[in-house]
Design a protein around this ligand. Structure first.
Ligand SMILES: [Mg+2]
Length: 263
């Protein structure tokens, strides 16, 4: 394998139950200039289907996208879908929308409208209302306008942040506006685990992700004794214990895992 860090693949292959948690953008597909362009190739789609059908394996996609968007983009039945960084879930066990996020919805909607008009003059800036969270994309903002983009965003968000009405995080060329709840991808995993039938042995949890919003999931999964894999090149600081280089590397590793689990 091309990974610099030796992933204990045998552990994932031999666990009686495996919960395979995968981020989407930057993990299964390369980051695209626009999220709509980040589509799953047929090979990876087939692989996910096979993994989902493998005995003792539960595949869960955990993304910053909304569940609706994620389902539309991926379109595989039998997977668990966790969206908006953990605030909503649609899996065979639990289905939920975080109640505090639901309550914040009108406020976030207003904020999205407000930001959309404030950012209109900045070329390449894009406000994506994802229902429970709002993404401000600046991947296509020219470098000369980046400072202005951040200044406008900071000005518009300051009052809501000061009032404790929202939480702001950032990822790769994206600023995320979230409801003021401390609830992330890691909490969603804990909740999924609680929903498993009591008679079933606790699964080995494996988490693969590429961005800052995956870090809380890495910490949670480490605590649970699972395996954590960061996607990307060093020297990014991460709580993940292992590393894969890029989505191609992820696919190759998942292919190995599938082979071992479907023997
Ligand atoms: Mg990602």
């Amino acid at each position: 394998m091309r990974s610099g860090w030796a992933i204990p693949t045998d552990r994932a292959a031999s666990a009686a139950h495996l919960m395979l948690c995968l981020d989407y953008d930057g993990t299964l597909v390369p980051i695209a200039p626009h999220p709509a362009a980040a589509t799953l190739d047929e090979q990876t789609r087939r692989l996910l289907r096979q993994l989902a059908r493998a005995r003792g394996v539960q595949v869960v996609l955990i993304s910053g996208r909304s569940v609706r968007d994620l389902k539309r983009t991926v379109g595989i039945r039998g997977l668990g879908y966790v969206g908006n960084h953990g605030l909503e879930c649609s899996a065979s066990g639990p289905r939920y929308v975080h109640p505090a996020a639901q309550r914040s919805r009108p406020r976030l909607q207003r904020l999205a409208r407000n930001l959309r008009s404030a950012l209109r003059p900045i070329r390449g800036a894009w406000v994506e209302d994802k229902g429970l969270t709002v993404s401000l994309h600046w991947r296509r903002v020219p470098p000369s306008a980046a400072r202005r983009f951040h200044r406008v965003v900071a000005e518009r968000l300051r009052p809501s942040v000061a009032q404790g009405e929202i939480r702001v995080t950032s990822g790769k060329h994206v600023i995320e506006i979230r409801p003021p709840v401390s609830w992330g991808k890691g909490d969603a995993i804990v909740r999924l685990l609680r929903h498993l039938p009591a008679r079933r042995a606790r699964p080995l949890v494996l988490y693969v992700g590429d961005d800052r919003t995956d870090e809380d999931a890495f910490r949670t999964v480490n605590r649970l004794g699972g395996l954590t894999i960061a996607v990307g090149k060093p020297p990014r600081r991460t709580a993940a214990r292992y590393r894969l280089k890029d989505p191609r590397d992820v696919r190759a590793w998942l292919e190995t895992l599938r082979r071992l689990r479907t023997r």
